[in-house]
Design a protein. Structure first.
Ligand SMILES: Cc1ncc(C[n+]2csc(CCOP(=O)(O)OP(=O)(O)O)c2C)c(N)n1
Ligand code: SF4
Ligand SMILES: [Mg+2]
Lengths: 393, 250
């Protein structure tokens, strides 16, 4: 039976991790993730999980400890934010290149400098090309559900890749919401026993991880990695189907909201999608055909499926909570543009950067953008392709 | 009327917003007084840590560089090599210096960099809410060691002053405490001496300062002073561990 609770995002994900009961957890504190690993440490101390916890001296070491533990054949977790993720950067590639299914919640936070502890997406966006799978979550329920599904996706025998579960710092990690927990045994049955693939110290089948490959086979290795990436969306959908049977909650590669017959739409990740849906409703009430698309599986990016979902629209605004400096546009914008490029008939695409360093995203911002899209469709002129909104001049 | 006491010029007119009884306020004041006494305010540059003292720039009345968690000794090296006539100090917590930044501090000391380091040991990660640090005492309860630090899996209190004193490149290494007036007087002497080492180009100087964190220790300010005296000093003894130019006029 599902249990209805009022908890923070951090608490929800910590509980998911407790219900999974992984073999090893290596952690170093960082705001706004700290509370999650702290709760997990107390589960270890209270004997509620059998996890071996390693309190290391940095994130570079926590991810390295995860690599060791996972190569040894363990089910392994850690969690981080912002600077912590940035410090892991080198090891993120080692984890994905070595095909280790490490599960890592990331509580999204702005990057230094200037120092800022609040929610934005620049941390995980900086890691979007590392070969990690990324799931993004609008609220505590989605963060909890994504965490449980993450184990099945990462550990799938066709995939064996590390995975990040993203949620917005403070906005979700620290606010209390109503949500539903599954029972411990439901979660246990869903994730199943951890099956290791080529663990170290299997004397019958000795292996080496991460050896030197020079010009002879490096390209082939990378190509093989790319092939694996292409299998991820299918597995994500299969796992979501099983999860729906268990929980009654539906997940896809992305969520669409009143999009099918829409003419204009917003594309937005994580918590701000909730705010935007309310405004989409207001516009619908006024007879304006507005809709929304919220990516869930952001890496690998389901280009084809998203292109299909958007191609009928007249104008689309992608809202990015991070900028890709020097790339001219926000990261999500560039992916959406790539999705739409193959279509002859495609919507006009504009980009707004919002909410950096935890700046509030308000219904008025969504209104502003939707009104601009209405105008754009009306007169066919684009005011600007990229703009920062909610910024003081 | 003759003015006999005033706020150090090296501190801004800004009330400290650290928790009541926090050692950071005392140590900021101590450093500011020493900078005034040495007359170096106009050529000192500080490096603020990531930790509770990230706000050092709100209080110190001279230039401050903010760098990533654990990296101050490397940044201080860069500053000093570029501006050799300035007095460069880093101000670091035990998370910053003894956990994430262990490599930087060891190598800055080993190169004998002409910099001064103030190492604030409060046996916990204060800023993030009181988790276990490498300096946490055996049995000390923290947010990540709710049953107390267990050396079997979490290791032992790391004695940085003693460790750094073994490094040939280091010149002056001392440990002081701010738990009492008596110890504050010694602490001030050590801070002055560390700065003088740098001013006389005598190499790397570091003062470890035992400092209360009443909030994360869940003690009153008074009880925190007593904890330093009864529990912390026995594990982290005060004293000078290295003084390479003892003979000099310092
Ligand atoms: C790379 C990185 N990891 C983690 C953090 C989070 N963090 C900020 S301060 C801190 C610990 C501070 O403890 P300490 O240095 O002892 O300073 P105190 O607050 O106790 O004075 C941590 C872990 C960070 N900012 N950057
Ligand atoms: S948490 Fe501890 S170290 Fe930080 S300001 Fe408060 S008392 Fe000082
Ligand atoms: Mg500390």
């Amino acid at each position: 039976m599902a249990k209805i609770v009022a908890v923070t995002g951090n608490e929800a994900v910590a509980n998911a991790l407790k219900q999974v009961n992984p073999d090893v957890c290596a952690a170093y504190p960082i705001t706004p993730q700290t509370e999650m690993m702290q709760r997990f440490s107390s589960f270890v101390s209270d004997g509620k999980v059998k996890t071996e916890i390693i309190l290391v001296e940095s994130e570079h070491s926590s991810m390295s400890a995860c690599v060791g533990a996972c190569a040894a054949g363990g089910r392994v977790i850690t969690a981080t934010s912002s600077q912590g993720l940035a410090l892991m950067y080198e090891i993120l590639y080692i984890a994905s290149g070595t095909r280790l299914p490490i599960v890592m919640p990331v509580v999204n936070r702005a990057l230094s400098a200037p120092l800022n502890i609040h929610g934005d997406h620049s941390d995980s966006m900086g890691a979007r090309d590392t070969g990690w799978i990324q799931l993004w979550s609008e609220n505590a329920q989605e963060a909890y559900d994504n965490t449980i599904q993450a184990f099945r996706i990462a550990e799938h025998m066709d995939i064996r890749l590390p995975i990040m579960i993203n949620m917005d710092g403070f906005i979700i990690s620290h606010s209390i919401e109503r949500m539903e927990y599954l029972d411990d045994d439901q979660v246990q049955n869903f994730v199943g026993e951890f099956k290791s693939l080529n663990p170290l110290l299997d004397l019958e089948h000795p292996v080496s991880y991460g050896p030197l490959i020079l010009t002879d086979y490096y390209m082939e290795f990378r190509k093989a990695q790319d092939d694996v990436e292409s299998k991820v969306p299918g597995v994500v959908l299969d796992v979501a189907k099983d999860f729906e049977k268990l929980s009654g909650r539906t997940y896809g590669l992305f969520e669409t909201y009143r999009l099918d017959d829409a003419e204009i739409a917003l594309i937005i990740l994580n918590s701000a999608a909730g705010t935007s849906k309310d405004v989409v409703d207001e516009f619908r009430d006024k007879g304006i055909k507005a809709g929304l698309l919220k990516p869930r599986l952001y890496r690998p990016f389901p280009y084809k499926e998203i292109g299909e979902a958007l191609k009928h629209l007249k104008a689309v605004c992608v809202l990015d909570r991070a900028d890709a400096f020097g790339g001219s546009f926000g990261p999500v914008y560039m992916d959406i543009a790539t999705s739409l490029y193959p279509y002859k008939e495609r919507p006009v695409l504009i980009n707004k950067i919002y909410g950096l360093g935890g700046r509030d995203y308000l219904p008025d911002h969504a209104k502003l953008v939707l009104n601009e899209l209405v105008e754009l469709v009306g007169n066919g002129t684009v005011k600007s392709y990229k703009e920062y909104i909610g910024v003081r001049e | 009327m003759k003015k006999i006491f005033q706020r150090p010029e090296s501190l801004k007119q800004e009330p400290f917003r650290y928790c009541p009884g926090c050692g950071h306020s005392l140590i900021h004041r101590l450093i500011a007084e020493c900078i005034d006494e040495l007359g170096i305010r106009e050529r000192v540059i500080g490096i603020a840590p990531v930790g509770c003292a990230v706000f050092a720039y709100d209080y110190f009345n001279f230039d401050i560089l903010e760098v990533a968690h654990g990296r101050p000794p490397a940044a201080a090296t860069g500053l000093k090599r570029t501006l050799p006539d300035r007095v460069i100090f880093s101000y670091q917590g035990d998370g910053d210096l003894a956990a994430i930044g262990t490599a930087e501090i060891i190598h800055a000391a080993n190169r004998g960099e002409d910099i001064t380091v103030f190492f604030i040991n409060n046996t916990t990660y204060g800023m993030t809410g009181g988790q276990m640090a490498p300096t946490t005492l055996i049995g000390q309860k923290t947010a990540t060691s709710p049953l107390g630090r267990d050396p079997k899996t979490a290791g032992f209190p790391l004695r940085m002053a003693e460790l750094l004193a073994t490094i040939e490149g280091a010149s002056y290494i001392a440990r002081v405490s701010v738990d009492s007036y008596r110890n504050l007087i010694d602490a001030k002497k050590a801070v002055l001496k560390a700065f003088r080492y740098q001013m006389e180009q005598k190499g790397f100087s570091l003062v470890e300062i035992l400092s209360p964190c009443p909030v994360d220790w869940k003690l009153s300010p008074k009880e925190s002073q007593i904890r330093i005296q009864n529990e912390i000093i026995p594990i982290y003894p005060l004293g000078t561990f290295k003084d390479a130019y003892q003979e000099s006029t310092l």
